[in-house]
Design a protein around this ligand. Sequence first.
Ligand code: NG1
Ligand code: ZN
Length: 550
Amino acid sequence: ERQKSLILNSSSRFPPPQGVRLSYGTAGFRADALLLESTVFRAGILAALRSLKTHSVIGLMITASHNKVSDNGIKVADPSGGMLTQDWEPFADAIANAATPEHLVQLIDEFVKKENIHFHGVRSAEILLGRDTRPSGESLLEAAKQGINSIVGALAIDMGILTTPQLHWMVRARNKGMKATEVDYYEQLSVSFRCLIDLIPNGQKIHEIEDKLVMDGANGIGGEKMEVLKKMLDCLPIEVRNSGKGGGILNEGVGADYVQKEKVVPQGFGFKDVGIRCASLDGDADRLVYFSVPSCDSNMIDLVDGDKILSLFALFIKEQLSVLSMDGNEKISDDYRARFGVIQTAYANGASTDYLKQLGLEIVFTPTGVKYLHEQAAQYDIGIYFEANGHGTILFSECFLSWLETRCNELSSKNQDTEQHKAALRLLAVSKLINQAVGDALSNLLLVEAILQHMGWSIHKWVELYQDLPSRQLKVKVADRTAVVTANAETMVVTPPGIQDAINVEIAKYTRGRSFIRPSGTEDVIRVYAEASTQEAADSLASSVAKLVD
Ligand code: NG1
Ligand code: ZN
């Protein structure tokens, strides 16, 4: 009863906006920041309940990622550091849209009974809060705290301004009983990076190392954090631009989303950067793409998207696994066969899929959205997933890692310097460098840099790994995007009937044509994707498919 009146009281201070329906989409709640106070307050309640239910630390991140600065959003990090379990999404939707405090209390009451959640004393729930650099973050943080505090025994801990992956990393580390501060994060990344660099075969530390990397921070949080991390890396010269300090606007004409979609240089970059290795983060630093400026004549770039980052990682890991097995396949010892898989979505460039197949890798497709990719990658001993837009990571199974540790110890007790031992050490270092909670631009950037140095590759060499098929993405505003229902990892339209046949007719007109449509999970649009053997063909296929949707 005390609990009920607490929620009644505090929720009356956060009335929901009139006439908007919010939904916990692919990346949590996202909307214009002015509409979000009540939603964030209620997400605070949800996070506290989730912590009570799981007896674990939960995360709450206030960010709208690559979206415009006036937007904001909120998402929950589950005990593993990953996305909120899909079972709880309907409850999230329901409480976000409850019209009155009474209705809210009733929904919570029913849910608490159904989930068998018990309220205990002090510190029975613990929630780590993080936010990106958006000005609206401060008042939304206050709303989240009040939501958390309206659950008896729940403790809100403000971790300050963080990248999204840092908060997810902290939640994961806390629940594994590991060191979990921001400094611990930098330590783990820099130490494992150093380890990979030290394991580079002699003679292979080439000119590439002298070349600096120029990083575009999207005027968000990534630039600031990279400045801190950089001080702990003595072997990687990085110049940070668009750090947000120079007056540029978050995600405007800058950042990974802009660079990947527009395929042009971001603000602050130009002909002075011809041939240099450049990287773009998004506003909350969970996406990463690379690019280089091929010539002074135009603002076009050579893009290295998420698919090509995945390909680089896959190549490196495959190489280490085969050194470890010495017989060139994945059976890395008599007692262990590592299952290695890569996960993509329909947005993956067809050329990347061909390349990965030709490496002999197992490829699985899932619908768009990190939660689907992550879940699938967790089925493997080593599972790599990436979205073309630059979000991705590598997951290692506990079982494989403990096998690897043991193997490492055996090998080192026999003979310090064997290639097998080094391969095992490299894989262990990768498992520590990579953020296994969620895609992380900072840690992925360090892994890319370590692998490029290991291979002795320039960005040019990487760009040429395979040639992307020209592609085009369009969005179409429709009255009701939920009218489009897809199947087969979003590659087929099931309803409305007839559309898929019509799309197939269009595709058949083009060499290497491929196209699909799907409702966006974050915007009120239908997205259209097309690729074909030339840019003109991809553009024309996309626009004729878009006409079918209208
Ligand atoms: P939607 O709006 O569902 O297409 C977009 C991205 C996803 C993912 C989410 C979350 C594309 C085509 N879609 O989702 O990959 O990153 O945002 O931020 O890039
Ligand atoms: Zn992001």
